[in-house]
Design a protein around this ligand. Structure first.
Ligand code: HEM
Length: 518
């Protein structure tokens, strides 16, 4: 209690940094920044205070909102050992996935990334090309069957989600969840992955106590507590986690059986990993392997499907861009699927992907917490509340940091006055000097979409290849147009669209015409 009183009564160097008023003591600005309806507007409001601003975390705690490139370099690259996930996020991820890259730190995290990296290297990904084409053709066939030879309206988010889950299943594990089958045969993992983020959001109020929960008694005792909890959302979450564990365990067992049975041909990532693993000294334990499988399922499904749906919506709204992309793809695919190397070279396809992932990053923010007092350098100095110019910000240990991927990618000081416009053409000529000079620490094209450093997205090239293959098949088979329904993009850990049809669940209707029958 004394520590809590001291925190609220003491002044902090952060009090001198300008920032917005807190809309609520309990949720602070963080609540609004994650709010599905008001989140985009609040990001815009907060970003106006500059590339670093003081915001409120839960229960009136001090937090920072950051999109200054030098500060981001310090957090994500130069001092990443002191900037990691907050303990409660690691504890939550441990419950959701087990000991995977999402929940481990330090040497264990580095070892896991070292073991996983070869599976995501360019040569390994190239071998996934036929597997992704198989998924893309299944997607095209499924959509064409649903349209039954006529133009009609389809929920493109649903079809993108099916393709993304199958992409991980085929490319990641050499298996299928029957996502394109009639509903009764579909594996429940698709629904579990779709339910995970909404269920987590509804459990937000329990998140700060999750660290203590993880320290209570044995695993069996904690499991019993969860089973007895009289909350629908906790029971929904239990079903999601159980489904992920059962599915991942099943995937691993089947794969091990195949390899013991002499399978030397499978090119999926898990086969490659297990073949190498048999020779490695510090290889994964079975528990770690199951945890990585669950993490790949989660990390790769929702992000990629929402990104795909966004690209198709933009193409529907920009028929000129759609025609131009179709012309580029059609010219290359007259004799069949576009070969891997050629596909990655296509300039307009690449520009469409980069521009969409710049303006609409599917995961718009990331949270971090320094484990020691430190100072953040700034590329763009700010004027403090006492009138002084600050070119660095003192940062007390334990401060919640919101890295705004969204505001960094939309920063007009870097991208120019047209930063808020969707302009694929900007990628077809050299980028402005302000972009290169800013040295944004992203692993992808001066963008923060896939973050940077030791916790950058391990699947970013995987998702690029998968999306390009899906687009190459869809654009040459169908024409996309908007419907009369209004589409709203909602803020969240991963942004998602809803429309005014029936209810408020995630969907994105588009009008689709078949232009090349299979
Ligand atoms: C458009 C698609 C994707 C986007 C925008 C995206 C974005 C991100 C971001 C921003 C992070 C960092 C989160 C944080 O530390 O707070 C991340 C981490 C991660 N992503 Fe992705 N991702 C995408 C696709 C994928 C795919 C396809 C996979 C797997 C096949 C994947 C697996 C992961 C994993 C395992 C991590 C955790 C890495 C670590 O902590 O070491 N992601 N992703």
């Amino acid at each position: 209690i004394r520590d809590i009183a001291r925190y609220y009564l003491a002044t902090s160097p952060l009090d001198n940094i300008p920032g917005p008023k807190s809309p609520s003591f309990w949720a602070g600005n963080i609540g609004l920044l994650f709010d599905s309806k008001q989140g985009f507007k609040h990001h815009e409001e907060v970003s106006k205070y500059g590339p670093v601003s003081r915001i409120s975390g839960p229960c009136g705690t001090r937090a920072l909102y950051i999109y200054d490139p030098a500060a981001l370099r310090s957090i994500l690259l130069d001092n990443q050992s002191i900037f990691d996930h907050a303990p409660w996020i690691l504890a939550r991820n441990q419950i959701l996935f087990g000991p995977s890259v999402f929940s481990t730190v330090g040497e264990q995290h580095r070892r896991q990334r070292r073991l996983l990296n070869p599976a995501f290297a360019a040569q390994s990904l190239k071998r996934l090309t036929p597997l992704f084409y198989e998924v893309a053709h299944q997607l095209r066939k499924g959509m064409a069957a649903e349209l039954n030879g006529r133009a009609g309206e389809l929920d493109i988010l649903l079809w993108s989600a099916r393709a993304a889950v199958e992409g991980i299943a085929h490319g990641g594990f050499g298996q299928s969840f029957n996502s394109f089958a009639k509903t009764t045969d579909v594996h429940p993992i698709g629904k579990a992955l779709k339910d995970l983020v909404p269920a987590l959001t509804k459990l937000n109020m329990f998140q700060p106590i999750v660290t203590y929960f993880n320290q209570m008694g044995s695993g069996a005792f904690r499991r019993r507590l969860v089973e007895m909890a009289p909350f629908e959302n906790i029971q929904r979450m239990r079903w999601v986690v159980d489904t992920m564990v059962e599915t991942s365990t099943g995937i691993l067992r089947r794969k091990l059986e195949d390899l013991r049975g002499g399978d030397t041909c499978s090119t999926d990532m898990l086969s490659g990993l297990l073949r190498r693993d048999q020779k490695s000294k510090d290889d994964f334990s079975e528990e770690e392997l199951v945890a990585q499988i669950s993490s790949m399922l989660f990390g790769g499904a929702d992000t990629t499907s929402n990104a795909m749906a966004r690209i198709l919506q933009l193409l529907a709204e920009h028929p000129d861009a759609q025609d131009k992309l179709r012309a580029e793809l059609s010219a290359e695919s007259e004799t069949g699927d576009i070969p891997h190397d050629r596909l990655l070279e296509l300039p307009y396809l690449d520009a469409i992907c980069r521009e969409t992932l710049r303006l609409y990053p599917p995961a718009p923010m990331a949270l971090r917490e320094p484990s020691a007092d430190t100072t953040l350098p700034l590329l763009h100095p700010i004027v403090a509340l006492d009138g002084q110019l600050m070119d660095s910000v003192p940062l007390p240990k334990g401060t919640m940091i919101m890295i705004s991927i969204l505001s960094c990618n939309r920063n007009e000081a870097i991208w120019g006055e047209d930063a808020l416009e969707w302009k694929p053409e900007r990628w077809l000529s050299p980028l402005p000097d302000t972009v290169t000079e800013a040295r944004v620490p992203g692993v992808y094209s001066n963008l923060l979409t896939f973050l940077a450093g030791s916790r950058s997205c391990i699947g970013f090239s995987f998702s690029q290849l998968e999306m390009k293959i899906l687009l190459s098949i869809l654009l040459t088979a169908f024409k996309f147009a908007p419907t009369e329904h209004k589409i709203i993009w909602n803020m969240g850990a991963v942004n998602f669209p809803t429309s005014d049809i029936f209810d408020k669940s995630a969907r994105l209707p588009l009008q689709i015409e078949i232009i090349r029958p299979s």
